[in-house]
Structure formats: C-alpha cells, structure tokens
Ligand binder design. Structure first.
Ligand code: FES
Length: 270
C-alpha cells in the first residue's frame, strides 16, 4: 500500500496510507491528537483545518457529515478520526494550544455529552427551614446527614445513583437495570418506609418529624459534565424528545405532606 505524505503544520510531516484515518496516522507518528470521544464522531476535539490538497480528501462519511452539520463546520474543517486521504495534503490541528484546552476545558479529556433514557427522582424536605433557623448548625447537619444516609440506601439498593444534594433536597438518577422507572418507584417506596423508621428517633431527640415530597419522571435526557473548570458536575437536560426538564421536577407542587408524584408510562404499572 503506497505511503502518502501528510504535512501537519506546526508538527511535522508524517506518512499515511489510504486505509488509515488521519488520527490513526498521527498517533502512529507520536503526535498527541485530542479525541475525547475516542473516534466516534461525537466530540469534534480531533478537528483539523485543511490547508492544501482538499481534492485528496475522501468525502465525509455519514457520522462526520452529521456532526459537521450540527456544528456548522465549513468544508475545510474535517474530523481527523473519520477522514482518509488519497494524496498529499497540508493540515493544521485545531485543538492545539494550552489556550484551546482551557477554552474547552475537560471536554477534551472527559467523555462528551450523551443521551440516556432514565428515571429521575427528586426528593425534598417539607418545612425544614424553620428548624434550620431555630437550631444549632451541628444538629441541622447531623439530621440532614442521617436523612441523606437513609434515603441514599433506598436509592442505591434499587440501582439508582445519587446525583446531587441541593440544600435539604436530593436528586437521583436511575438508568441501570431492566426497568429504571420501576426501580425509581421502588426506591421511593423504600424511602417512605425508611423515613417512618427514622422519625421516632428524630422525634425523641429533636422534637422533629420529617416530611418529604418526591417527584419521579422518566424519559430521554441529555447528560454531560458541565461547569467552570474548578467545579464540574454531571448535569441532565431535557432532551428535545422529553416532556420534562430534570431541573424542574415539580415535587414542590406536591401537597404539603409526604407525597409521591410520578408521570411516566412504566410507572403506571407500579
Ligand atoms: S475524536 Fe471525537 S470526533 Fe473525532
């Protein structure tokens, strides 16, 4: 198979053949290309700019075409992980400098966003603010930690993942197992039972009875790590196919006592 010279401006001239992608050839030559999605045409961190020899570039495959359309890339921008050439060319890596990496942050180093079908469970305490205002910080933190510990057990034992705590609220995601929606409902049921077990202790030592509201939704969600470099967290956004937003699960619209809301098809079986 004949070798083709490929000049990477700012790097060096490497050798490629028509079977290899540019990413494969560059890596073989020891050039550290970014490829956050590992060559699946999902991240565009491997993108290159075509400087010369565009007539030797094979047309975009469907994966590259789809991503290029979404990102509005001009013809001169190609994905190194998808692109093959048939003759000499000059290209430039586009994610190259430290500054480029700063701008895109961990996107270049971590998995990029994906879409999952999941159940999201949101639980928050009712009327906890007056207790916080009238009690010692130590007691407040102690009670919250006991509450989260008990509720977290219910989530984990039903294949859920605790996603985050927001004051006296918590958000959990269920996307493992055969039926994530059912798992979320089972977790909610277990949380209710565990709260009944916890309350006598809180009543005895703090004169407090906790009540919570739980909202559960199921649907497609776009998931990714978002935020400033110094703090990133996993965040879900409503997919265009989904009727709800994970950030606005309406547990606060539930009645004031312990309650459970759910709104998805599989949950109706529960
Ligand atoms: S490595 Fe992600 S698009 Fe090429």
């Amino acid at each position: 198979m004949s070798e083709i010279p490929l000049h990477l401006v700012g790097d060096k001239e490497i050798s490629i053949n028509s079977e290899m992608t540019i990413l494969e050839a560059a890596r073989k030559a020891g050039i550290p290309f970014k490829s956050a999605c590992n060559g699946q045409a999902k991240c565009s961190t491997c993108r290159i700019s075509v400087l010369e020899g565009d007539e030797h570039f094979l047309p975009r495959n469907p994966l590259e075409e789809a991503l290029s359309l979404r990102r509005s890339f001009p013809c001169s921008v190609r994905l190194a992980c998808q692109t093959r050439i048939s003759g000499p060319a000059r290209i430039r890596r586009m994610i190259l400098e430290a500054r480029d990496l700063e701008d895109i942050g961990d996107e270049a180093l971590e998995a990029v966003g994906d879409e999952i079908k999941c159940a999201i469970l949101f639980c928050d305490l009712r009327d906890f603010t007056p207790f916080v205002e009238n009690n010692l910080a130590h007691d407040v933190v102690h009670i919250l930690n006991r509450f989260f510990q008990h509720m977290g057990e219910a989530i984990v034992e039903n294949e859920g993942e605790i996603d985050k705590y927001i004051g006296d609220a918590m958000l959990a995601v269920f996307h493992q197992g055969q039926n994530p929606a059912l798992n979320a409902c089972l977790a909610a049921k277990s949380m209710y039972r565990r709260l009944q077990e916890l309350n006598p202790h809180l009543q005895k030592f703090f004169g407090l009875e906790l009540k919570f509201g739980i909202g559960i939704h199921f649907g497609p969600v776009i998931r990714g790590r978002l935020g400033h470099q110094s703090l990133k967290s996993l965040t879900g956004y409503r997919s265009y196919k989904s009727p709800f937003s994970p950030g606005s699960i309406p547990s606060t619209h539930s009645p004031p006592n312990t309650s459970l809301r759910s709104s998805f098809e599989p949950a109706k079986r529960f």
